[in-house]
Design a protein around this ligand. Structure first.
Ligand code: MTE
Length: 323
C-alpha cells in the first residue's frame, strides 16, 4: 500500500513440544528475561537455534473443523502465492517480506486486554487459543491497492474474544495494536511511520459474526508473514484494517486512529468499507486483480458481504464509510 509520503516452520510433529511444557508464563512475568533462559521452551530454542524458529505449540489444533456457512465462490489462492505476496510494513514495504518476517519470535507471545473492561487480562497466546473453539472459514480478502485473494483462515470469532474480555457497557470501540520491536522488524526503524501499527473497530463491528481472529491458515498455524500468531480478518473492509501479529486489545469510548489514518487521513479512514463506486483519491476501486490468476474482476460492495454487515452502517450515512 502506498501513501503520498512527502518523500515516499515447520518441523515434524514428533518434535513438537506439548503446550504445557512450552513456557511458564507466570515465571516469565515474575522474573523477566533472565527466567526465560531457564524455561524448557528457551532450552529448546537454544537447541533449535533461536527463539524465532521454534516449533509451533498449537500445531496439533489444525486443521480446524470447516464452518460451511462461510464459503466463497472463488478458488482459494494457492498457499505459495498467498504467503509470498504480503503487506507487512514492520519488515519492509515490498510484497516480498516472507524471509524477513521469519525473524519474528512468536512464542512466548502475550496478549493484553485492557481499557474499559471489568478487569485487565494478560494471557499467553496458547492459553488463549486453547480457550477457543477453532474453525476454518474461507474469506475473500480485498486490499485497498485493488488486488484480492481468497484464503482459508482458521481461528475464532472476534465475538468470543469480546465475551472473554468482559468489556464495560461504556466501551464503544476496540483498539488493536501490533508488536513493537525494531530490533527484529527493520521497518519499525523507519521513523516516518507512526508505529506501532494500530487499527480499530466499533463494538458492533467486532461482534459481527464475520469478524474473525485468525490463528491459522491453510490447515496449519498461520505463517509469520500473514500475521502470526494472531491476526484480524474483517473481509468486508479494505485489507489494511486486518491488523497482523496483535499484542493488545483495548476497549475504549474514543474512536481509535489507525496507523494509516495517522499517516494519511485523506486516503485511509477509520471505516474503510469496500465500495467499487468510491475511488481511492489516486486510483479506481471498481475492479481488482485476483492475485495468481491474471484476472481482473469487478469489486463488490462490502466485498460481497453486504448481507452480513450493511445493517451496521444504518444511520451512519454521514460518515466517510468507504475509504
Ligand atoms: N498489519 C500490520 N501489523 N502491518 C502491516 O503492514 N498490512 C495491512 C494488513 N495488516 C499490515 C497489517 C495491509 S495493507 C493488508 S492488505 C493486509 O494486512 C495484507 O495481508 P496479507 O499479507 O495476509 O495479504
Amino acid at each position: 500500500m502506498t501513501v503520498i509520503r512527502r518523500r515516499g516452520w515447520e518441523i515434524p510433529e514428533r518434535l513438537a513440544t506439548p503446550e504445557h511444557l512450552v513456557f511458564d508464563r507466570r515465571a516469565l512475568l515474575a522474573g523477566g528475561a533472565s527466567l526465560l533462559a531457564m524455561t524448557p521452551y528457551a532450552a529448546q530454542a537454544q537447541r533449535v537455534g533461536d527463539l524465532a524458529n521454534l516449533p509451533d505449540p498449537s500445531a496439533d489444533l489444525y486443521p480446524a473443523k470447516r464452518n460451511e456457512k462461510y464459503t466463497i465462490e472463488r478458488p482459494i489462492t494457492a498457499e505459495k502465492i498467498n504467503t509470498n505476496y504480503n503487506n507487512f510494513y514492520e519488515f519492509n514495504s515490498s510484497k516480498n517480506v516472507a524471509a524477513q518476517a521469519q525473524k519474528l519470535p512468536i512464542r512466548p507471545w502475550t496478549v493484553k486486554i485492557d481499557g474499559m473492561v471489568e478487569k485487565p487480562i494478560e494471557i499467553g497466546i496458547d492459553e488463549l487459543i486453547r480457550k477457543m473453539t477453532l474453525e476454518e472459514r474461507t474469506y475473500r480478502h480485498r486490499c485497498v491497492e485493488a488486488w484480492s485473494m481468497a484464503i482459508a483462515w482458521s481461528g475464532f470469532p472476534f465475538a468470543k474474544l469480546v465475551e472473554f474480555a468482559k468489556p464495560l457497557g461504556s466501551a464503544k470501540f476496540v483498539r488493536m495494536e501490533t508488536f513493537m520491536d525494531p530490533k527484529v522488524a527493520p521497518g519499525q526503524r523507519q521513523t516516518w511511520y507512526p508505529w506501532p501499527y494500530v487499527e480499530g473497530l466499533t463494538m458492533a463491528e467486532a461482534t459481527n459474526e464475520l469478524a474473525f481472529l485468525a490463528t491459522g491458515a491453510y490447515g496449519k498455524p498461520i505463517s509469520k508473514q500473514q500475521g502470526a500468531p494472531l491476526r484480524l480478518a474483517v473481509p468486508w473492509k479494505y485489507g489494511f484494517k486486518s491488523i497482523k501479529s496483535i499484542v493488545r486489545f483495548s476497549f475504549t469510548d474514543k474512536q481509535p486512529k489507525g496507523m494509516w489514518e495517522k499517516l494519511q487521513a485523506s486516503e485511509y479512514g477509520f471505516w474503510a468499507n469496500v465500495n467499487p463506486a468510491v475511488p481511492h483519491p489516486r486510483w479506481s476501486q471498481a475492479t481488482e486483480e485476483v492475485i495468481g490468476t491474471g484476472e481482473r474482476v469487478p469489486t463488490q460492495i462490502f466485498n460481497g458481504y453486504g448481507e452480513y454487515v450493511a445493517g451496521l452502517y444504518k444511520g451512519l450515512e454521514k460518515e466517510r464509510l468507504w475509504a
